[in-house]
Write a protein that binds this ligand. Sequence first.
Ligand code: NAD
Ligand code: UDX
Length: 466
Amino acid sequence: PVKVTKICCIGAGYVGGPTCAVIALKCPHITVTIVDLNQARVDAWNSPDFKLPIYEPGLEEVVREARGRNLFFSTDVDKGILEADLIFVSVNTPTKKSGVGAGFAADLNYVELATRRIAQVATSSKIVVEKSTVPCRTAESMRTILEANSKPNCHFDILSNPEFLAEGTAITDLFAPDRVLIGSLQTPEGISACASLTEVYANWVPKDRILNVGLWSSELSKLAANAMLAQRISSINALSAICEATGANIDEVAHAIGYDTRIGPKFLKASVGFGGSCFQKDILNLVYLSESLHLPEVAAYWRQVVEMNEHQKRRFSKRVVDTMFNTITGKRIAVLGFAFKADTGDTRESAAITLIRDFQSEKAYVNVYDPQVVEEQIWTDLAEASPLVPEEQIKKQVRICKSAMEACKDAEAVVIATEWKEFNEINWEEVYQSMNKPAFVFDGRLLVDAEKLRNIGFKVVTIGRP
Ligand code: NAD
Ligand code: UDX
């Protein structure tokens, strides 16, 4: 197997940045260059005061140690490709917005452009690694493109190495992954390329956690893992609706079923709905794949996971309106949290966006506060969520606040949309004093101590409780 000494990563996003920064940290003998077309993003990665483009606990320390030593960020994609012996393709693969498969299929345009660039620029053999989440058999298309466009004497081996990190815990996930999955063709060349990448990870990951499988299994496993994780959340959220109607308590139910070692206790937190850039996109991708394979029942099965999630968000907004005497027109609602989960500034598919859109269409006023999300992002997301509402109208109804306290002042209701730890440390007595009465708290994250809040005087509504 080739001994890897130079790695290039195409795509300096949520995955490429942290993943390859950790490879650089753990492998000081390997030079890692992360390239991206987005100048502003690369500048932020290179910023002298470490104002990195993404917020991720522990990331700054990693970049501080490795940047300039064997970790580099650049917009010179071609130079990165030319010099590397192994190239990660870690570009975005969003859901297609138009054309065939719109709304379901993954948009593979960025993967294809990156692949074509590799073929055009490379003057020596490379191992090309699919890091992006892609539909099953994408590696085949990549190989066809590479082989049709390469120079003589350039040979490309393609590996699939999907990433399982979760945002907010990316660095701990990368330091101690449950597993690293590497898929390759089961040919001598494929197996040898797989050994090269295995050696890179073996610098810090125990060998028995590095799984070598076939290329197609690897690609499909990524979609399967996300589909099954999301399915767990939709299952617990479906049960939360039954709890609200019956008097059962979803936390107790989750606790009780999680004790079964076959089910396990993790990832059973009922919520206002899952968000993030991956779950919905990857399930829809699986739905599309199933349909293309003429498996409509399989497609319908997975589609239901996303539909249940949509239902959960709608159900929650409706419960807010119903509880507040069937109208929130003209009322002020404080939404705490805008990110799709705690410990990230990422807002992609965040449930908060849907909730605020719903509150806006009920003609409520919304105060929003999030500790990490930048103001500009909130405006962009809200504008995209209500394309028919003029920007001035949105700005009239929504105010972005600098603290939870400021957001709650003079509000009639507080809605907890993200489970930021600091929302637990709020001085609720003070919040209560500053609010209009009756003061409601809607906990979409099972975060606060409902009893304590009731004792202060709040009317508390919690997901999965009557
Ligand atoms: P992202 O949008 O944050 O980053 C992708 C980057 O690629 C962007 O900065 C973009 O400018 C760059 N890019 C696109 N085309 C390029 C090209 N031709 N040359 C150079 N740069 C190019 O996306 P992300 O969240 O990092 O996700 C990347 C992939 O990883 C996706 O397929 C996603 O499904 C998968 N994934 C994401 C997560 C996650 O938690 N975000 C987890 C696992 C897997
Ligand atoms: C997910 C997968 O976990 C990760 O392995 C994959 O690589 C990318 O997609 P991510 O989307 O970053 O990671 O975060 P995750 O922790 O999975 O949370 C996704 C959404 O589900 C969040 O909105 C979160 O709040 C929600 N969630 C999670 C719940 O509502 N309940 C839970 O029990 C767990």
